[in-house]
Design a binder for this molecule. Structure first.
Ligand SMILES: [Zn+2]
Length: 420
């Protein structure tokens, strides 16, 4: 959940009943009956989708009619009909919501064959997961103890700290969703994170961590060049070129994902060790992100990576009960963190203020983000003047540190992650 940057006390930041989900896939082998069941469910869901899309209105009456109709030749547990209707209904709802907002939206279609198995349709006894296919007749049993990576989560389920949520049943695999309800810890301090094209800068107490993300950029470049080569093939073999494109996009995505997960793990580790909450930039609040390159592609990539990284950081943090807030990052690297004055760009990444501050722009950004995250953004308190009049000491102790960084002893850590 995103929160405005206005509220200031740390206790009001707690959301109620927040949950985080971690999904894991395990390979399974199913018999003929279950294969046919997955096939039949797919058909059922498709006709439900058509009915809902075609219906002028879909109230409780239409819902009951559809349910009765679908149940007529349904030989499996009837709960599956309900979840198919629910699943399709939410697909159609989000499609219509997008249309209403004037966004581009594709008419929903069902491509992948899978069954949503809600919690009333399975039970977990010890490590045995038992899914009802036909009540009292046919079940799918999976021993989760055979999957070593699942065992730690299973132990948490046994201890009552996690729940096993609805499952996704595919012909060859099962997706388990472990649900945790978040109980935010009382944090000692807040760390702020600024995401750029070539680095991610983190301010945690008196330490600045700068993670080099050039590797990420490198991955995108490599695959960009590969794609250009493949495009040439398409003139004489369209199918082959499409297949190759798909394969390489997938590889690129996986390598990027791998890198982002590593980076997020490091950051969340720091937050956990130091018992700090996390302040992120609310990227929805800025239309254009200014980066060091004029290329449109770079801009798009950095924005995509930034959002994806934030998403991963947020769920990993919440998995450890660490609170995460978003602040409006507008002008975060253009306003002096010490006096609120306008900064003037110098050579390299340095910024200068008339008050005497000369500092690295990423460092300035994390200082401002932390200050605004803890105290509210300039907009929240009526413009930059309010900060200037408040005096540097009161507004941002870090602002003074920015000037006397060496003396107070802020440490810079340059970190290069090992390439995936
Ligand atoms: Zn200044």
């Amino acid at each position: 959940m995103r929160k405005s940057s206005g509220d200031s006390s740390s206790t009001t930041r707690r959301a109620k009943n927040e949950t985080v989900v971690r999904a894991y896939s395990i390979p399974i082998r199913v018999d003929e009956v279950i294969l046919e069941f997955i096939e039949e469910y797919h058909k059922l869901a498709r006709s439900a989708l058509q009915e809902i899309l075609g219906a002028r209105k879909f109230t409780r009456v239409e819902r009951k009619q559809l349910r009765d109709k679908l149940l007529k030749d349904w030989n499996y547990a009837s709960h599956y009909v309900d979840s198919a209707i629910n699943q399709m209904l939410s697909l159609v709802k989000s499609y219509r919501r997008k249309l209403k907002k004037g966004k581009k939206a594709r008419r929903p279609r069902l491509r992948k064959k899978f069954v949503y198995v809600k919690s009333t349709l399975f039970s977990l006894k010890g490590s045995t997961l038992r899914i009802t296919i036909i009540p009292r007749k046919h079940y799918l049993e999976v021993n989760l103890a055979n999957c070593p990576h699942i065992l730690p989560f299973l132990k948490e389920v046994w201890a009552g700290r996690l729940k096993l949520g609805g499952l996704f049943l595919f012909p060859d695999r099962l997706i388990l969703n472990f649900v945790k309800s978040v109980e935010f810890i009382d944090v000692k301090d807040w760390m702020s994170i600024d995401i750029n094209l070539t680095n991610v800068t983190v301010l945690a107490g008196l330490t600045v961590y700068r993670f080099d993300t050039c590797e990420l950029y490198h991955i995108h470049r490599v695959y960009e060049l590969k794609r250009q080569k493949i495009q040439k093939i398409s003139a004489w073999n369209k199918k082959l070129s499409e297949e190759l494109l798909k394969k390489y996009s997938e590889r690129e995505r996986n390598r990027v994902k791998d890198f982002l997960h590593k980076l997020a793990n490091k950051i969340v580790e720091i937050a956990k060790e130091r018992r700090m909450g996390i302040i992120l930039e609310d990227l929805n609040r800025i239309k254009e992100r200014v980066v060091n390159s004029s290329k449109e592609l770079n801009r798009k990539l950095s924005k995509w990576n930034a959002r994806e990284l934030q998403r991963i950081i947020e769920y990993k943090a919440k998995w450890f009960d660490i609170p995460v807030i978003y602040v409006n990052p507008k002008n975060s690297s253009r306003v002096c963190p010490a006096c609120g004055g306008q900064l003037i760009p110098q050579e390299g990444r340095l910024m200068k203020c008339s008050c005497g501050l000369v500092e690295d722009r990423d460092f300035i950004a994390v200082l401002n983000l932390r200050m605004w995250g803890v105290r509210g953004s300039p907009e929240g308190v009526g413009g930059f003047e309010a900060f200037a009049n408040d005096g540097p000491m009161k507004t941002n102790p870090y602002g003074v540190m920015a000037i006397e960084k060496q003396r107070i002893g802020i440490k810079f850590h340059e970190i290069t992650l090992t390439p995936p």
